[in-house]
Write a protein that binds this ligand. Structure first.
Ligand code: GTP
Ligand code: MG
Length: 250
């Protein structure tokens, strides 16, 4: 298959040794058009060693090793640039901890045929989160109302991290200007995409809490999201819809 029809699934990792092998295997099994890039921040648990071993045996798997824990947002930006420079048509963001089910990827590939950014959404057609404490659900749902009220962004799940970008979107965004790293990163990317007039589409996914490994959720991530939403709204002069709408190429 020509490189320009391929999809890169970018998986950032920090201490995911229990999950990484099986998540990679399940991703690759979904479609022959998928490749995997793991962006590991020198995980102390040796995640990178496992990926190196898999990559040695399979050219569809690549590892980007960074020197230390630099955060989720910069891991994705590095992964996007890596994938763009190698000609991938679509780039998928996905967690390593099985919160995101790799079996949804073919649905995303189908949906992106008629969209520029596809969001895996927990909150359309009901609420689909498994094993989350109620406090986490309230936080997440609260965040989506907060984002919509302040920015007008018409999506149900703006903090979700399971998404698929067309390369034209990532080429149009100023990736070096993206500053946020946690939940705010997901909001910022989707908001800027929408503001540029791209077609953003949500598809239903079921989100399952991690069953292995440590959570990295923190108060810092929440505070970053709270102020970043205001920063985005101010940057765009509190405009509540895109100036232009554009058609995707292809
Ligand atoms: N490269 C890199 N990956 C990270 C970093 N922080 C988190 N990750 C990975 O990003 C994905 C999402 O992080 P999670 O810790 O699952 O965040 P979450 O889903 O909000 O919270 P929990 O599932 O409760 O832990 C996982 O694959 C993590 O291993 C980081 O600083 N660098
Ligand atoms: Mg998680």
């Amino acid at each position: 298959m020509a490189q320009n029809e391929r999809t890169l699934v970018i998986i950032p990792t920090y201490n995911e040794k229990e999950n990484i092998r099986s998540v990679i295997e399940l991703v690759l099994a979904q479609a022959p058009s998928l490749d995997v890039l793991v962006v590991d921040d020198n995980s102390p648990d040796g995640t990178a060693g496992i990926v190196t071993e898999i990559a040695r045996a399979n050219p569809r798997v690549q590892l980007m090793s960074r020197a230390g824990k630099l955060g989720l947002g910069t891991a994705y930006i590095a992964g996007f640039k890596w994938g763009l420079s190698r000609g991938y048509a679509c780039l998928v963001e996905m967690d390593a901890d099985f919160s995101h089910d790799p079996r949804e990827i073919p649905n995303m590939q189908k949906a992106i045929e008629h969209a520029d950014l596809v969001l895996g959404s927990r909150y359309i057609d009901g609420v689909r989160v498994v094993n989350w404490p109620l406090s986490r659900l309230f936080l997440s749902k609260g965040a989506s109302y907060y984002v919509r009220i302040i920015t007008g962004l018409p999506v149900h799940d703006p903090t979700g991290g399971f998404k698929c970008f067309r390369r034209s979107v990532l080429e149009a965004l100023d990736l070096d200007a993206v500053r946020s790293n946690g939940y705010a990163f997901q909001i910022e990317m989707t908001y800027e995409t929408w503001m540029k007039g791209f077609r953003v589409r949500e598809i239903p996914i079921t989100f399952t809490d991690r069953y292995a490994g440590q959570s990295k959720m923190s108060g810092h991530i929440i505070r970053e999201a709270l102020w970043m939403v205001w920063a985005l709204a101010i940057k765009h002069g509190f405009r509540r819809r895109p100036r232009v709408s554009r058609k995707a190429d292809g």
